[in-house]
Design a protein around this ligand. Sequence first.
Ligand code: SAM
Length: 239
Amino acid sequence: MNPTEFVDALQAHGIELNQHQIAQYQRYYEKLIEVNQVMDLTNIIEQDQVYLKHFYDSLTLAWADISLQDKPLKLVDVGAGAGFPSIPLKIAFPQLKITIVDALQKRINFLNDLVIDLALEDVAIIHGRAEDLGKKGSSYRESFDIVTARALKAMPMLVELTLPLVKVGGELLAMKGSRVEEELKAASQAIPVVGGQVFEQVNVDLPNGDPRTVVIIKKAKGTPTKYPRKFSDIKNKTL
Ligand code: SAM
């Protein structure tokens, strides 16, 4: 998918990019490739692949949940790495209020530079761990409308790491490939324990046929204060 095909594909979903936004995606691509030479950010480096598998893929969330397209939602992207999915979403939908949290300092440095370079407003970038931000007493706990996660963890761990950050009535948008049923089955106990309820699975396969599913989990009730646990417990004794 070259940049022109990307613009056309979004148009087909009713999303019109202006010249400034088109240039921001191009600059994001250039910066990703430039910094990737000295820092491990992505294995996908060919331009058409970056536009398809990073930019377009990130934007599939906006057809799984169309409220992302025009509401000033508070969104936290847990484990964003080089900025996916939140930075492509922010470029297309500038009204979003984004917080990014990642445990790796070098990726945070990249994102800080990127946000300045692209002149993005309302983007907070935090070096930290989701389970620390989500714990009782943290001002981030249950404070977001939406939490996103792409390529973070399997569902049972993912929900404990992310759902404590979401307000009651908000949602987790988990980006998955195939095998969603298996993951959801494995997480069938964990999801309600941390206050979630599976709402919908939206098929958002890429134009090249790669399978993609957005799992939408609603925050139905508050997360009990003992969650999230510390990471070693989350890992060793999955809910
Ligand atoms: N979401 C990006 C993507 O799809 O390209 C990056 C995925 S990368 C495989 C996972 C990222 O999650 C890494 O940057 C890692 O540092 C971060 N991460 C893993 N566990 C985390 C945690 N508990 N809290 C915050 N970040 C975490």
